[in-house]
Design a protein around this ligand. Sequence first.
Ligand SMILES: Cc1ncc(COP(=O)(O)O)c(C=O)c1O
Length: 375
Amino acid sequence: MIYLDNGATSFPKPPGVARAMAGVLEKIGANPGRSGHRMALAAGRVIYHCREDLAAYLQVSDPARIFFCLNCTDALNAAMHGWLRRGDHVVTTLVEHNSVLRPLSGLLLEGMIQLTMLSPGADGTVSAQQVRQAIKPNTRLVVVTHMSNVTGAVQPVAAIASACHAQGVPVLVDAAQSAGVLDVRPDALGADMLAMPGHKGLFGPHGTGALYLRDGITLRPLRQGGTGSLSESMLQPEDLPDRFESGTQNLPGIAGLLAGLRFVRAHQAEIPQHEAALAARLYEGLQNIPGVRLYSGANAGVISFNVGGMQSGEVAAQLDQADLALRGGLHCAPGIHQHLGTLDVGAVRASPGFFNTAKDIDTLLRAVAIIARSA
Ligand SMILES: Cc1ncc(COP(=O)(O)O)c(C=O)c1O
């Protein structure tokens, strides 16, 4: 099977990831941060190192301001539900994934918040000017995805953040598609909060993610409970990261994420270069197939398209029969499909990863050409 669904989760993982996960389960599978015996301490060190490596990758000075989550959705929920209060106004975009749209729409429906959703322009991006104009006196948060999981459009996050900061509004950045590929340093982006999955571009396993909080951002923790620290108190500790990490941590997952992250840091220049070259080859090839309609730009890392009048799910199913793994449908992003006019058919998404080759792309192009001829 040729896997071209890295936007959903990366596959394969670098070889060290599975080894690291098996290693902790087989040798140091104690509960990290709890007991004081050597095995628990060794398990705790794995988590400590992953947090340190993540801080080094993000170039943030305080690793304790990063906490581990279940995935990017969990990180986004922790940020939005932990930050927002009754009466707040939030600005976001139609480009967002349901992991942003659903929590915000839920809060809107409950009457908790007011919400403004900005439409992207023809290039798939929202401008800093649009965001500036949407900010009201009670705006307490702007949420923006760094890279669209449908069109691959990269939002001008730094410009948006500086427009927000000029009016004292913090920015939550969804780095689901960009972490591991683009520059996601919070200081470079102007992100006050940065949510990222561990299992996509950072090459960790499923069930991993993280949230970074800039100094000065304080959230209500969504989960409260045992942290292995200050156990004499019945109140949730204030200390970071414990405040946000109640319950037993995903030790094998975090061990895998540490191995994935080390791989990313060792190949930091090659990964974006290789993935961009594959996406460009795909874009060019698809452009030359009659009947193919593209929804991504020439430089996008994720390429979505449709073939003739076919349902995207049907195209994806035919590609599956040809041993090509791509995702059809709406990609949990109804706003952008509404904007593109594809809510009824969806789109087929190809998201090449670092382990794909030019040959994989050519195989996909041949298969799409065959489908297009009979569409
Ligand atoms: C833009 C975007 N945001 C958030 C998510 C949610 O990520 P996760 O699956 O890690 O919860 C995704 C997943 O595809 C995504 O593409």
